[in-house]
Design a protein around this ligand. Structure first.
Ligand SMILES: NC(=O)c1ccc[n+]([C@@H]2O[C@H](COP(=O)([O-])OP(=O)(O)OC[C@H]3O[C@@H](n4cnc5c(N)ncnc54)[C@H](O)[C@@H]3O)[C@@H](O)[C@H]2O)c1
Length: 314
């Protein structure tokens, strides 16, 4: 059945892909986005864009008046390094803004058990330095950045809203998401940064030795996880990753193959405090949501390289 849906951050990278999918399924979709890093041109023409800050009274009032069945909350300050320099601004958007959105939904719902809140959390920044890899949800998060602390706080608020007010929710802890349309400013911008450089003929700089690993998940697989989270009656927290580690060097080598130019390997200084390894166990999402990543890293990087090449030519 078609739903009334709000996607906060729907003018951003992941949000705009999700909006395309929801519109194609016939949902009535409103995007709440202040366009700080998002782009109005990315918003599907069959969705309605409301340009508001998620912290504003107007945004909350809009949610109350619209009375959504479903909210996908993706709007965020997504730059981890910025959160270290400006923790107050990060918390203002990522904690207070999130509470404003949740509160709007809770106040608008006639029967709270019939609505759903799907939150974009992080798996890359929430666990901190852990020994268990791939990391399951049973590992207690000890985030090492204000960005990670803020995401963890919102998960705790959601738990409170669930137990005390009955709000059904799912928090999806994504690993490093990549794909067409990603901007170079993101939390996990390495794919976008390397591609932008390579396609403009410049050699990208690899931070440190490049053997640091991440778990790279393709954006359409993340969209699929969101849709399943909304359709399923479950409440809870799920890792969304591939359970596979890939190094920055792996990404560099695959991308230079797809771009078709033999860029030299140039290394810069390592980023102090950067995690050496990160990888998420997605078994819980497979068992409960029936979700698994469908796109291999090679396939996903090829699609992404082609899409970036097209947008550079335009
Ligand atoms: N990209 C990743 O690898 C990754 C990994 C883990 C989690 N996430 C989470 O997924 C979500 C989407 O990330 P993305 O990569 O698409 O980032 P993005 O920057 O492309 O999208 C975020 C959107 O939120 C909007 N926004 C920011 N502050 C706002 C505010 N105060 N009010 C209204 N809108 C605001 C921006 O304009 C942008 O369109 C975020 O919550 C992010 O923390 C992303």
């Amino acid at each position: 059945m078609a739903k009334r849906v709000i996607v906060t951050g729907g003018a951003g990278f992941i949000g705009s892909h999700l909006v395309n999918r929801l519109v194609s399924e016939g949902d009535e979709v409103v995007v709440l986005d202040d366009l700080s890093t998002g782009d109005a041109a990315k918003v599907n023409p069959n969705a309605k864009l409301i340009a508001l800050d998620i912290r504003s009274l107007e945004a909350k009032q809009f949610i109350k008046d619209f009375k959504p069945d479903l909210v996908f909350h993706m709007a965020a300050q997504i730059n981890l390094r910025k959160s270290l320099q400006q923790p107050m601004e990060d918390a203002s958007i990522n904690v207070l803004g999130s509470i404003n959105v949740i509160q709007g939904l809770v106040e608008s719902a006639e029967d709270i058990s019939k609505v759903k809140f799907v939150f974009s959390s992080t798996g890359g920044a929430i666990y901190g330095d852990v020994d268990t890899l791939p990391t399951p949800e049973t590992v207690i998060p000890n985030p090492l950045s204000p960005y990670g602390v803020a995401k963890f706080s919102v998960e705790k608020y959601l738990y409170y809203y669930h137990v005390v007010h009955g709000l059904p929710y799912v928090a999806l802890r994504y690993s490093n998401v990549y794909g067409p349309g990603q901007s170079t400013k993101g939390e996990a911008g390495v794919v976008a940064i390397f591609l932008e450089k390579m396609l403009s003929g410049e050699t990208p700089v690899i931070n440190g030795d490049g053997i640091q690993t991440r778990d790279f998940v393709f954006v359409e697989d993340v969209v699929d996880a969101n849709v399943r989270a909304a359709q399923n009656d479950v409440t809870g927290i799920f890792n969304i990753g591939t359970s596979k580690e890939s190094s920055v060097m792996d990404i560099f080598n695959l991308l230079r193959r797809f771009v078709g130019k033999d860029f030299p390997e140039v290394h810069g200084p390592a980023i102090p405090g950067e995690l050496q390894r990160s990888c998420l166990d997605f078994s819980k999402a497979r068992e409960v949501l029936g979700w698994q990543p469908k796109t291999t890293l090679e396939e996903g990087l090829r699609i992404t390289a082609e899409a970036f090449a097209k947008s550079v030519k335009q």
